[in-house]
Every structure is written in C-alpha cells, then in structure tokens.
Design a protein around this ligand. Structure first.
Ligand code: HEM
Length: 489
C-alpha cells in the first residue's frame, strides 16, 4: 500500500504533464470570432481593418486569429511569427492568393497555380536591377510627352496629375508602345474604368462579382480592352532594338503552357503596375512639397546634376539618380508610412509560433503598415524622416531591416525597382520643368486598405508653373492641355 500510493501519484503526474504538453502544443492563438456564424467578426473587421488589427494586438498579444467571412486569418506581429511567415516551408504564397486572383482577374485557380512560378521568374528577370537601364530611356521619353500636355501653368488635383503622367508611361512601357489611348474620349474611358476597378479591388477580391455591379462592369471593360489588343501586343516590334516588352514575354510563357491567349494576365499586370506606384508617387510629391527644406535640397540636387532647372531637354540615367539619393529616400520613407495593410500566406501544415500552434488552412497575415509603426524597428515611426534611409545599403539593393512594403521572401514584389525608377524620374522631370506648390493641406490617409498601399482621403490641388517659357511653346502647350487632359476642365 505504501508503495502503490506514490506510484499512482507519479503516474498521474506524468499523465497530467503529457496532457499539458499536448494541450500547449495544440493551443491555438486567441481567436476573435464575433457571434454571427460564418460572418464572425466580418462586419467590424471590414469597417476599419487596420484599426481592428492594432486593437486586437494590444488586447490579445503578438499573435491572434480573426475569423471573418468563413476565413481564419492569423496575424503575426513580432520576430518569431514574422520569421515563420518569411522562411517556413509550411506556408505558401500561391494558395493564399489564388482565390482573390480568381475573383479579380478570372484566372482559374489551377492555371494560376501551374503558371505562377514560371511567370514570376520572367518578371523577376525582366524587372530586375541588371535590366533596369532598358527602361530608363523610354521612361524619360514617355514622361516628356505627358509633361508637354501640361502646358505652361495650371492647377490640378495632385492625384489626377500623377495618374495623367504614370498611366500612359507604364502601359506603353510594359505592354507595347502606343497602347495607351491618345484620344480624349478613350483616355477618359480608360481613367474611369481603371479607377473604378482599382477602388473596388479589395471588395472584388472577397465578394462574388455578381454583388458588385459597377466594379464588375469596369473589370469586363478592361478585359475587353486587353482581348482586343493582345494580337497587336504579340506582334509589336520595338523600333529601337529587338527587345520584347514584359507582357510579350509573359504571353509567350502563357501560350506555350496553356495554348491560350490570356487577356486576364494583362489585367493583373496592369493593376499591379499602376495601383501602388501611382499612389506612392502622389504621397511622395505631397510629402516633399509640404516639407520646404527637403523640397529645396532636392531642387539644389537637381540643378547640380542637370544644370539650371527648366533650361534644356534632359535625359535621366541611372548614374544621375545615384547622385540624387534624397529623392529615393523620400520615396522609400513615403512607402514606409503608406505601406500595404497586409500580405498573406496559407498555412500548409500546423506551425508553432510562440506557445501556440497555427492550424493548417489558416491564412497567415503580416501587416507592413503596423510593422513600420513599431518604434523598435523605426524610431519616431510616425515622422517623415527620409534621412533614416542613409543607413540602408541601397547601392547593393538592400532596404532597411523590417521594411516590408514590397513584401519579402521568395515572392517579393518583382516591380519594386521599376516603381522606384518611375517615381524618381517623374519627380525629377516635374520639378526640373515646373515650379510646383500645394494649394491644400495634404489629406489624411484612409488607413482602410489591406490589399494595397493607403489611399488619400480627399483631394489636394497642386499649382504648377513652367520654369522657362518660350512664346510658341506656351501656346502649343495650352492647346494640347485642353485636348488631352480631360480632368482639368
Ligand atoms: C510602390 C509601388 C509598389 C508597391 C508598394 C508594391 C507592393 C507589392 C506587394 C506588397 C506585393 C506582394 C508581395 C508579397 O506577398 O510578398 C507585390 C506583388 C507584386 N507586384 Fe508590386 N508593388 C509596387 C509596384 C509594382 C510595380 C510597378 C509592378 C510592375 C511593374 C509590380 C508588380 C507586382 C507583381 C506582378 C506582383 C505579384 C508577384 C507574384 O505573383 O508573386 N508592383 N507588390
């Protein structure tokens, strides 16, 4: 009896310990699930997703799950979780995005899954840093054409200005020279449908298309635009060299693998190349123009590299850009502050993070927006401080640690260096030829976007005056302005 009692206690103790260990292993992160079946916390989350995430982090700690619209999203906010997100083989990019891709571009999931890696390799090569010089010349040329349409002076909503400059430039560069419409009615149509598609993209990626009539109309218009133009894109030959455009290379892969011509990938590339880059160009110009010291220093830099502003027709090379690091720092600092709300991966097998096990099937979520506001990684996180980028080894193409506006890991944004080049060239040419000032305070950010960068809430007008006027140029410019800049009037 004396021996049996301690033995039973030891056995019970071992069983309890085993159970505890097992329970700890299987313990899932705290879950916010609301009380409505399937919808879960969907309504509250959807109203202000970024605010919701931050409140949940404060209440539940560095890892938590949000159940909304039948989906479990597990947010990671600190090192251990971030490392799993970026490095674990048990999490997957394609499976996380194939649903939204199907909804927004109607690319069947199996096709997306089969082609993704091949298409990504093409994009990574074509838009990589070694290849960027190919784009520099066309970028300057196309931007000059668009700037000429501005005329000698005017006032315009800053967002419309950057759209006017960057939509045609990106479309003509990535798809085929001359693809962007040149007649007033068609330009307006393109702007109208692309903006509607872009503004509804987040909803469109979650809700069945039949519930979003207007958005669905814009999607169909854009798909028809590509359907009509794919034969021309395919046969296009560059006059300067024999180089293929990015879309031509992608179409080659798609056709070889599927035997089909796909306008759907055209739509996807269009959105990826315009949506974030145009918004970041807007915010960068806004931040620079509302910081007079920074604006002045940039102007001095431009004059030191290109001579007196406004004097000559200039070309912007990669070497010129290296002499103007402050512009790149301003773009990156802007991108830090307006970063996407979340990037996502699907959990394939249960993964351990801190003391929790995240079950397979969950979407693992990482918020660049909030990561960039953690003072541990970015001191004085709310301040616009381009000088913090001095520490980044940008010559070697390395960003600051914990900067994730372009995602990270295997499928980081392949267009990031082109985006920087486009915005830099746009700022240099605009400031070189025009004296610019904001007429309104910079609007607030909407802080609503999980999928892309944060949009402005409201308008902000910019006044621009040509630095050097020639009498004939002035007249010519004004005429073109009326013809080709429909939103000005
Ligand atoms: C400031 C501008 C931009 C920002 C902030 C941005 C951000 C991002 C982010 C966060 C991702 C997801 C990465 C991940 O999940 O790890 C992404 C993917 C992507 N981006 Fe960008 N991007 C920008 C500009 C561009 C441009 C100009 C292009 C095209 C020329 C582009 C093409 C793409 C493509 C094709 C993907 C999907 C890659 C894949 O399928 O794996 N992006 N971008």
């Amino acid at each position: 009896m004396e021996l049996i009692f301690p033995t039973v206690i030891i056995i019970l103790g071992c069983v309890a310990l085993l159970l505890l260990l097992q329970w700890k292993n299987l313990r899932e992160p705290p879950c916010i699930r609301g009380w409505i079946p399937w919808i879960g916390a969907g309504f509250e989350f959807g109203k202000a997703p970024l605010e919701f995430i931050e409140k949940a982090r404060i209440k539940y700690g560095p890892i938590f799950t949000v159940f909304a619209m039948g989906t479990r999203m597990t947010f990671v906010t600190e090192e251990e979780g971030i490392n799993v997100f970026l490095k674990s083989k048990e999490v997957n990019f394609e499976l996380a995005v194939q649903n939204p891709i199907y909804r927004t571009a109607s690319i069947p999931k199996n096709i997306f899954f089969a082609l993704h890696e091949k298409l990504y390799i093409v994009m990574k090569g074509k838009l990589g840093t070694f290849n960027l010089c190919q784009f520099a010349g066309q970028l300057t040329e196309e931007l000059h054409e668009q700037l000429e349409n501005l005329g000698t002076h005017g006032t315009i909503d800053l967002n419309n200005l950057v759209r006017h400059l960057l939509y045609p430039v990106s479309v003509n560069m990535l798809f085929k020279k001359g693809l962007f419409p040149t007649n007033k009615k068609k330009i307006m149509e393109f702007h109208q449908y692309f903006r509607a598609y872009d503004e509804g993209f987040e909803h469109g990626s979650q809700v069945p298309e039949c519930l979003l009539r207007n958005w669905s109309k814009s999607k169909r218009w854009l798909l028809a635009f590509f359907e009509k133009n794919i034969p021309d894109i395919k046969t296009y030959k560059s006059e300067k060299d024999n180089s293929m455009t990015l879309m031509q290379d992608l179409l080659n892969v798609i056709e070889t693998e599927t035997n089909e011509e796909s306008p759907n990938y055209g739509l996807l590339l269009l959105w990826a190349s315009l949506s974030n880059a145009v918004t970041i160009a807007f915010w960068t110009l806004g931040f620079v123009l509302s910081h007079p010291n920074i604006h002045r220093t940039i102007m001095e830099g431009i004059s030191s590299v290109f001579g007196t502003a406004g004097k000559d027709k200039i070309k912007v090379s990669e070497d010129d850009l290296k002499k103007l690091p402050l512009i790149r720092w301003c773009i990156l600092e802007t991108t830090r502050l307006r970063a996407p709300g979340a990037i996502t991966r699907k959990v394939l097998k249960p993964v351990k993070i801190l003391n929790y096990t995240v079950p397979s099937g969950d979407l693992l979520m990482l918020s660049p927006f909030w990561l960039h506001r953690n003072p541990k990684y970015f001191p004085e996180p709310e301040s616009f401080k381009p000088e913090r980028w001095k520490k980044a080894n940008l010559e070697k193409h390395v960003f600051l640690d914990s900067f994730m506006a372009f995602g990270s890991g295997k499928y980081q944004c392949p267009g990031r260096w082109l985006a920087l080049l486009e915005i830099e060239t746009c700022i240099i040419l605009l400031f070189y030829y025009y004296d610019c000032r904001l007429l309104d305070p910079l609007p607030k950010q909407s802080s609503l976007h999980l999928v892309g960068v944060q949009q402005p809430e409201g308008q902000c007008r910019i006044e621009y005056k040509q630095r050097k006027m020639t009498s004939s140029g002035a007249e010519e410019g004004k005429g073109l302005l009326k013809e080709r800049l429909p939103f000005i009037h």
